[in-house]
Design a protein around this ligand. Structure first.
Ligand SMILES: Cc1cc2nc3c(=O)[nH]c(=O)nc-3n(C[C@H](O)[C@H](O)[C@H](O)COP(=O)(O)OP(=O)(O)OC[C@H]3O[C@@H](n4cnc5c(N)ncnc54)[C@H](O)[C@@H]3O)c2cc1C
Length: 496
């Protein structure tokens, strides 16, 4: 049995590996000049490493971690401490430091550390930030699902002043490239719940090198060692359907490719362009029309000196960038010398049309405002990376449009971070999870085998379940006590 995998990003390479492990012959075609898709990197004309964008890993990426372990590349993720720094004007900094305590006390300590020094909003408003997040941690799965019908801003408006979530905005923008008035509340509440679940789960991991370097080569070696074939610069230009099956795929406008099974790991935007018109009589394929991407830009700036010694993520409010890191501290063995900031610029809707030099000028002014040492420093080099696709924009209601991996065509499957998964928006864990799910379905449908590749994320939740029960019981206890008091008073009065 032969499979044609379309797209050579993380989902494509992982799918190829899963299918080869099932004994299926694999041919993989990628439109670009390099493999890795959005999780890629390359060297520029000076030999400096350019990432498609700063990518971070979280401990709840259990399936990605399993995949990296299987490929023998787990050591290529560098896990850092559970600190998130906030850079504010004139060198002032606040830190959200998760403590090594059972949940939820680890998060309470993190909030207190931020509360002391963060100046973005008045302290009384930060109490609403804490209350809003605290209640999110106690939500059930069903409750979180129901939050897909409102934006995060609507969710917040019910719980406090409109800017109470300002301390979390950089994280929201850095992760979803989408402002809180557009993003589904479910996406962010789910994320807070997973990352904030315990001390261990609030760590952040970085690629130990170029983003693509840490995983692409090993995956290609594995694929080739098992007889799989991979080709670059082969763009799918049409998917040809006969009856209820894909008959062939046209590549670069003229080459015909055939296989027994076809797996698309291309973006929803590419896929809907190459499907034949009759596909859209299926609601399944019409759902692809709901997807739009969140624009995002990335900026790398090399300085002649150190501006900071922080080796974890920085957040900043009210800047053109929001989430960034000084890679000379994160990876000192690779980025020697002065600071090299790798910065996520998002939401980028209003800046993607600007020329690179204007973007850089705005960014450098912001950097000088936050890091006084930058005012004297020389910028050795800078680079704006323009992401072609970004992640899909997780508006409220999008969850129901994410396609399941088994399509209505009997030999056609989908994988990719936008397809249906437990991760409530795109991301690398979603790319791996969907590739595993796709292989599980193919094993079942075509080989009559039941295999389980995906694992569920389970955090040590410490005292959180106890607090959840207490939270449920407390209103009844208080109500009971009040009623008892009222009854006693009434009885006392009637005796008088
Ligand atoms: C700026 C930015 C920052 C991010 N940060 C993070 C992060 O911190 N953490 C995280 O987990 N995730 C992050 N992500 C998301 C992460 O990069 C993706 O979730 C992941 O790489 C998706 O992999 P994929 O294989 O599903 O899709 P892709 O990587 O997009 O792969 C799809 C592939 O299909 C190819 N293709 C498209 N059309 C055709 C065609 N017609 N024919 C053949 N091939 C085609 C494309 O060239 C591409 O290689 C970020 C993404 C961006 C853009």
């Amino acid at each position: 049995m032969k499979a044609l995998v379309m797209g050579g990003g993380m989902a494509g390479l992982a799918t190829a590996i899963n299918l080869l492990d099932l004994g299926i012959e694999v041919e993989l075609i990628e439109a670009d000049e390099i493999f890795g898709g959005r999780a890629s990197s390359w060297l520029d004309e000076d030999g400096d490493m350019i990432d498609n964008a700063l990518h971070v890993f979280f401990p709840y990426y259990v399936n990605l971690i399993n995949f990296f372990k299987k490929m023998g590349i787990y050591e290529n993720i560098v896990w850092k401490s559970t600190d998130f720094y906030y850079a504010m004007d004139n060198g002032e900094q606040a830190v959200m430091r998760f403590a090594n305590l059972p949940a939820p006390f680890h998060a309470a300590a993190a909030f207190l550390s931020l509360f002391r020094a963060y100046k973005g909003i008045p302290k009384w408003k930060m109490l609403f930030t804490a209350a809003s997040l605290g209640s999110a941690v106690l939500f059930s799965k069903e409750k979180i699902e129901s939050l897909d019908n409102m934006t995060l801003a609507q969710y917040n408006a019910r719980r406090g002043p409109h800017d109470a979530m300002k301390p979390l905005e950089p994280g929201i923008n850095g992760l979803t490239f989408t402002p809180s008035w557009m993003i589904s509340a479910k996406v962010m509440v789910n994320w807070f719940k997973k990352v904030g679940a315990s001390y261990e789960t609030s760590r952040v991991g970085f690629a130990n090198g170029g983003l693509g370097d840490i995983w692409v080569g090993s995956c290609l070696d594995y694929i080739h060692s098992k007889g799989g074939k991979t080709e670059l610069k082969k763009a799918v230009t049409s998917i040809n359907v006969e009856g209820n099956k894909v008959k062939s795929v046209t590549v670069n406008g003229s080459e015909e490719r055939t296989a027994d099974l076809y797996v698309s790991t291309m973006s929803p935007y590419s896929l809907r362009r190459v499907l034949p018109p009759q596909s859209f009589y299926f609601e399944y394929f019409r759902d692809l029309m709901h997807f739009t991407y969140a624009p995002s830009l990335s900026l790398q700036v090399w300085f002649d000196r150190k501006l900071t010694d922080v080796d974890v993520t920085f957040f900043s409010n009210d800047c053109i960038f929001n989430t960034y890191a000084d890679l000379s501290n994160v990876l000192p063995h690779i980025f020697k010398g002065g600071t090299m900031f790798e910065m996520v610029l998002s939401p980028a809707d209003h800046i993607e049309g600007l020329p690179d030099e204007v973007i850089f000028d705005i960014a450098i002014n912001d950097i000088k405002r936050l890091f006084p040492e930058a005012r004297e420093a020389e910028v050795r080099k800078w680079k704006v990376v323009r992401e072609r696709q970004g992640v899909y924009r997780a508006y409220p209601g999008m969850e129901k449009h994410r396609p399941f991996q088994r399509s209505p065509y009997e030999n056609f499957y989908l994988a990719g971070d936008y397809t249906k998964t437990h991760v409530s928006s795109g991301g690398m864990e979603a790319a791996i999870w969907t590739s595993n799910k796709c292989a599980e379905l193919i094993a079942q449908d075509k080989l009559g085998k039941t295999i389980v590749l995906n694992e569920e994320f389970n955090a040590d939740r410490g005292f959180t379940p106890v607090i959840k029960v207490a939270n449920r019981v407390a209103p009844f206890l208080v109500g009971g006590l009040v009623l008892r008091g009222l009854a006693r008073r009434a009885l006392g009065k009637s005796k008088d």
